[in-house]
Design a protein around this ligand. Structure first.
Ligand code: GLV
Length: 321
């Protein structure tokens, strides 16, 4: 009998076709993710679950699934929505999709950085609002990238890819990343410094740490106060790494100059959220990995993790080994 799996969203065919070929697949067809209770019902009796960062995967859900559940395959690199300890206790393997989304996410971080530096959103609004009457010597002036300092918090795969892009723009690159050696940082043109120096000296700060108990609220009132009043914060990791209320206050009180966010807390951000009113804020809807090629690769990788797991084999990309 083919293994039974539940797939919590319609993922690209590159992955879905593999899942369908190898498993008896129940696929959630809704545009919105399944509510938690529905998810608990649909996973009952399955051998594997392919999920996304929208799904809360906790001990209750694992209990509801039953002791035959062998694998949880997340179609994302981050897996803060999954209770890893609960899975380990039950001998459930977890897979994710690292590596394939590095460049797409670094590109988006850089797109946000450039858009904020050069005030692209304000420029677009300026035209749409009928303000473009002539070329203006002093309108919409932004910041240069060349020679400016970029502070990268978290010099892992994505942080390094951002550093490589910054080197092309001739930026000075500082990084804070306790698990990275100075030699490794130097390979991407970055100098390791402590968090305080990074925040004090950077014109742009880009976040690339996973969300966990140490990084939740890492950017808060205190850390924001260390930043330059002109500095721009870029966040492409997870919303709760930033204390959003403190960010709002910092932006409205001139403590920092701007923010460019791909991730918020909560997600989705309500359309009437006060952050969206601010001219010095750019927000896009968690699209870091959203390119055709990257999403195909993520779907394929998630399918391969799922299939290996239900077959009782080691996962190609396990969260732990
Ligand atoms: C997206 O945010 C991911 O973690 O892959």
């Amino acid at each position: 009998m083919r293994p039974k799996v539940f797939v919590s969203r319609i993922i690209p065919d590159a992955g879905l076709d593999r899942v369908r070929a190898a498993c008896e697949a129940d696929i959630w067809l809704g545009e919105m993710p399944p509510p938690y209770d529905t998810l608990c019902e649909r996973v009952r009796g399955v051998d594997g679950l392919l999920c996304t960062l929208n799904d809360r995967i906790d001990a209750g859900l694992m209990e509801a699934a039953g002791s035959q559940l062998k694998v949880i395959s997340q179609m994302a690199v981050g897996y803060d929505n999954i209770d890893v300890a609960a899975a380990k206790t039950r001998g459930i393997q977890i897979g994710n999709t690292p590596g394939v989304l590095t460049d797409a996410t670094a590109d988006l971080a850089f797109a946000l950085l450039l858009a904020a530096a050069r005030r692209l959103m304000e420029g677009i609004e300026y035209i749409k609002g009928g303000q473009w009457k002539t070329w203006q010597p002093k309108a919409l002036l932004g910041g240069d990238l060349t020679g400016a300092t970029l502070g990268i918090i978290g010099l892992g795969r994505i942080g390094k890819a951002v550093a490589r892009r910054a080197a092309g723009f001739e930026m000075r690159i500082l990084a804070h990343s306790p698990s990275c050696s100075p030699q490794e940082a130097a390979k991407v043109g970055a100098t390791l410094v402590d968090m305080e120096m990074l925040l004090r000296e950077s014109d742009y700060v880009s976040l690339h740490v996973p969300l966990n108990s140490q990084t939740r609220g890492l950017i808060n009132r205190e850390t924001l106060t260390l930043m330059k009043p002109t500095a721009v914060l870029v966040n492409t990791t997870r919303g709760p790494v930033v204390d959003q209320q403190a960010l709002y206050e910092a932006l409205t009180q001139g403590i920092i100059g701007g923010a460019a966010l791909d991730v918020t807390d909560p997600e989705p951000l309500p359309a009437d959220h006060p952050l969206l009113e601010l001219p010095n804020v750019i927000i896009v809807p968690h699209i870091g990995s959203a390119t055709h090629r990257t999403r195909d690769k993520m779907a394929t990788m998630a399918a391969d993790n799922l299939i290996a797991g239900v077959m009782g084999q080691p996962l190609p990309n396990p969260v732990w080994t």
